[in-house]
Design a binder for this molecule. Sequence first.
Ligand code: TRP
Length: 334
Amino acid sequence: MENNEVKKDVVFSAIQPSGTITLGNYLGAVRNWVKMQDEHSCIYALADLHTITVRQQTAVMRKNILDAYASIMACGIDVEKSLFFIQSHVHTHAELAWLLSCYTQFGELSRMTQFKDKSAKHADNINAGLFTYPVLMAGDILLYQADKVPVGADQKQHIELTRDIAERFNGLYGNVFKVPEGFIPKNGARVMSLQDPTKKMSKSDENVNGCVHLLDPPEVIMKKFKRAVTDSEACVRYAEGKDGVNNLMAIYSAVTGQSMEQIENEFAGKGYGDFKTAVGEAVIEELRPIREKYEQLIQDKGYLEECYRKADEIALKISLRTLNKVKKKIGFVL
Ligand code: TRP
């Protein structure tokens, strides 16, 4: 990993371990992380510091972090190829966030749509961390001088802010930060709730049947697909207004690699029952090896710890270079 750093462009991304990893996280993000490992120098983090912007329960949070680490490894993140560390173990993240917050304007943060959405949703806990969260995220990226940052569409605005902060800082102090490019992976499916296909699939969905978790047992996955919301047309075709069917088709396409036309042909003259069963089966088969690998990894906490400690240490070393440079430029005595 350390040698790759200089050879290839640096990809950075992170995911919040605030609950289980979902089918949406997998098809939309993690599967692409896995694919990028050979071509790029990949640095991935579990953004656990981000999760406490929303209240967490101590024991649940602890379990979620380890589960997420094992789940993502089970998806195919190879710790020999990529760096996969835990954000809160690397103190430079919290530290750079403070420094950068003094180079970020109140007005800029006020315009973040995710802040507006989340503060509406958690009206009883609009904490300062929820407000400054994008600065922590900017620090995550900038510490590693990342070239590319694959993200979901909901994070695009945060990447724009990261670039603005980096450019502003560079403008004041010279070239300290690489200005990163955000991108939304083309083959990353945007998976919607199975119960309300106008909303993104989310672990916080009120209806448990809306969200498929990576570790759901096969019969649970099948049940959720069988209950998926469709429409009354009873025709498998991709068209405007058919959000439920479109979502199922997108999932089926992401898993089988078939185009929408191929799927329409496969199910021509068949009802939604057959289609839902086929989607359920395809997802079950896609997730089966991941669940098996997870079961194996989660048994061996010692091995997991070895993996993240090693990664944490390298992440600290790389990120300290940037942090020290930043502090020096600002005027701190090192
Ligand atoms: N905020 C991102 C999310 O909720 C997770 C995240 C934290 C992230 N730090 C990041 C993503 C840095 C990309 C780069 O999805």
